[in-house]
Design a protein around this ligand. Structure first.
Ligand SMILES: Cc1ncc(COP(=O)(O)O)c(C=O)c1O
Length: 370
């Protein structure tokens, strides 16, 4: 007997519902059609790592903050057109730290129904009153602010700009107007839009001419590196430096990793060809599925091919793999029950023969029934 005997039962319960995720043997073999490396930059070698410390040695508030961090933050803030930025070691840490630092027990947080797990966890940690609004519905946000704002000390509206599992887009202008009207702060997670949308890939807020109170960006997706940042006014950075626990109590980003950021952001800003490439390619993939009567959501580089039950998504994943293409099944709890899908994503820089393989695999798979 052991206090952890329940683990085998829990794992078995997941397995029996086709929801068990197993550690993969290594990177997938085949043409990867489901990464977040939208601009095809993740495989570029590091150029600045030599001669730069590999470890920060401590949290930023202790002795871990280096010139490379300062320069990276400056570059990132400038890119998204906001006064200041703070580097976090991941997007998960950024959302966790930002939401839980800003909102407290007497506050109201309105959170989109399909927000990423890291936002949800940040909301939970904040101990604020959290209310979920209908996906991308400014009407619901308006209703909720109308009825609940006056009972809260502070209010926050938090959303992704381009939803990573659904390829849908928030009405950022509508949300900004409501936040202004009801004295609420707007927090926007641009994880999947930075690098792809907006002038110089500066994101959907920039494209919409919306200034969020907090912009979260990740570097592990289109930027092809690792880490994340929160950007906004100078006081926001100073406040997070003091109060975002996932920042304060965690070793600072490696200086070597931070040193890669400025040059990479320059590359992303000028990558118009790659942006055109990924969007055009994703549209082709989307069309193959739509022509075959498949359920595909949204627009842009992410293609959520919704199949319903987890078994159907796993079957599609296996069929694609049989044709040399990796398109991973996404199952609950990442997506709601009954909404399992294969989440495909465009990537810039594929060769004509790779495209041919992908189109062939997708059309053959989609032609079969599930
Ligand atoms: C919308 C969103 N925010 C945050 C994250 C977390 O970012 P990171 O992978 O850098 O932890 C992800 C994905 O991983 C995401 O999809």
């Amino acid at each position: 007997m052991s206090g952890l005997d329940f683990l085998s039962e829990e794992l078995e319960a997941l397995r029996s519902r086709n929801l068990l995720r197993e550690t993969s043997a290594g990177p997938p073999t085949g043409l990867v059609l489901c990464s977040n490396d939208y601009l095809g930059l993740a495989e570029l070698p590091a150029t600045r790592a030599v001669g730069v410390a590999g470890g920060a040695g401590a949290a930023a508030l202790v002795t871990g903050y280096h010139d490379t961090h300062r320069l990276a933050e400056h570059t990132l803030a400038e890119w998204v057109g906001l006064p200041a930025a703070l580097l976090f070691s991941s997007g998960y840490c950024a959302n966790l730290g930002v939401v839980s630092a800003l909102a407290g027990p007497t506050d109201l947080v309105l959170s989109d129904q399909l927000n990423h797990a890291s936002i949800i966890d940040g909301c939970r940690l904040s101990r604020a009153t959290v209310s979920v609004f209908e996906h991308c519905s400014v009407e619901d946000v308006a209703r909720q602010l109308e009825s609940r704002r006056s009972q809260a000390r502070r209010a926050f509206v938090v959303t992704e700009s381009y939803f990573g599992m659904d390829a849908t887009t928030a009405d950022l202008r509508g949300l900004r107007a409501l936040c202004d009207r009801f004295d609420a702060a707007l927090i926007v997670d641009e994880a999947h839009s930075l690098g792809v949308f907006g002038s110089e890939g500066g994101g959907l807020c920039r494209e919409a001419g919306v200034v969020p109170d907090v912009l979260i960006g990740t570097l592990g997706k289109a930027v092809g590196l690792h880490g994340a940042f929160a950007a906004g006014r100078g006081e926001l950075r100073a406040f997070l430096w003091n109060r975002a626990r996932s920042f304060v109590f965690s070793t600072a980003t490696s200086p070597a990793a931070a040193a890669e950021i400025p040059e990479r952001i320059q590359l992303v800003r000028s990558a118009e060809d790659r942006r055109r490439d990924v969007l055009g390619w994703a549209a082709e993939l989307r069309a193959v599925l739509a022509e075959r009567g498949q359920r595909v959501y949204g627009a842009g580089p992410i293609i959520p091919w919704v199949l319903g039950e987890a078994t159907a998504a796993l079957t599609a994943q296996q069929r694609l793999l049989d044709h040399g293409v990796v398109g991973l099944a996404i199952r609950p709890p990442t997506v709601p029950l009954g909404q399992s899908r294969v989440r495909l994503a465009g990537r810039a820089g594929l060769s004509p023969s790779q495209r041919e393989v992908a189109l062939q695999a997708l059309s053959v798979t989609a032609d079969q029934s599930f």
